[in-house]
Design a protein around this ligand. Structure first.
Ligand SMILES: [Zn+2]
Length: 200
């Protein structure tokens, strides 16, 4: 691992704000499900150097510094030599393996309801930033979500792009759902803004 990445990990784990353990555990579950066992163990060894718990030590509902989640994404991407698209793909898979998502499935009865509840959903996961439902147009088949007051590392934006797309795909009978980040606080934007579109 390059020294710049180590420095970035040391920086993000000091960011104020918290996530639930599920946000650390789920990406590690994804690695376990999709790669050989030794990959997960190697990633956990690196995380432990930074004081970040492994999959089995993480308590899903306990609170951890939010940078532990970001650092987990960074270590996974670096160790498995992933592209940004691979991170987005993991984001798309995570709701499927998240304990919290399963317990909140009552929210996802319609795309409008999911859209309206998205702020509460964010609050259950994170104490940093807020998720704002901006606009929904069922006829034109798109919605816009915004994350305000959230600065970690751009890797999280990739992850959320996939994650939001999957959450929306649960609620609509569309063949294709695709999300895109159209504005980003890491690139001088006022917020992170995501457009999710779907096609029948
Ligand atoms: Zn962003």
């Amino acid at each position: 691992m390059k020294e710049e990445l180590r420095e970035e990990i040391r920086r993000v784990i000091k960011i104020e704000g918290e996530c639930r353990g599920v946000s650390i555990e789920s990406p590690l579950n994804y690695v376990e499900l999709n790669y050989e066992k030794d990959k997960l163990m190697a990633i956990e060894t690196i995380l432990k150097e930074f004081g970040i718990p492994g999959k089995d030590e993480t308590k899903v509902l306990a609170k951890y510094p939010i940078g532990c989640m970001t650092a987990t994404h960074l270590v996974i991407k670096d160790f498995l030599d992933w592209s940004d698209d691979d991170v987005e793909k993991m984001g798309y898979a995570l709701p499927q393996i998240s304990f919290i998502v399963r317990t909140l499935s009552r929210y996802f009865i319609s795309v409008e309801r999911t859209f309206q509840e998205s702020s509460n959903y964010w609050k259950k996961h994170f104490t940093l930033g807020k998720l704002v439902p901006v606009e929904i147009d069922i006829d034109k088949k798109y919605l816009i979500l915004r994350i305000e007051g959230y600065m970690t590392n751009p890797i999280d934006c990739k992850l959320f792009t996939g994650y939001f797309s999957r959450m929306i795909s649960y609620t609509i009978k569309a063949k294709e759902v695709y999300g895109e980040e159209v504005e980003c606080s890491h690139k001088g934007g006022d917020c992170h803004q995501f457009v999710v579109r779907w096609k029948d």
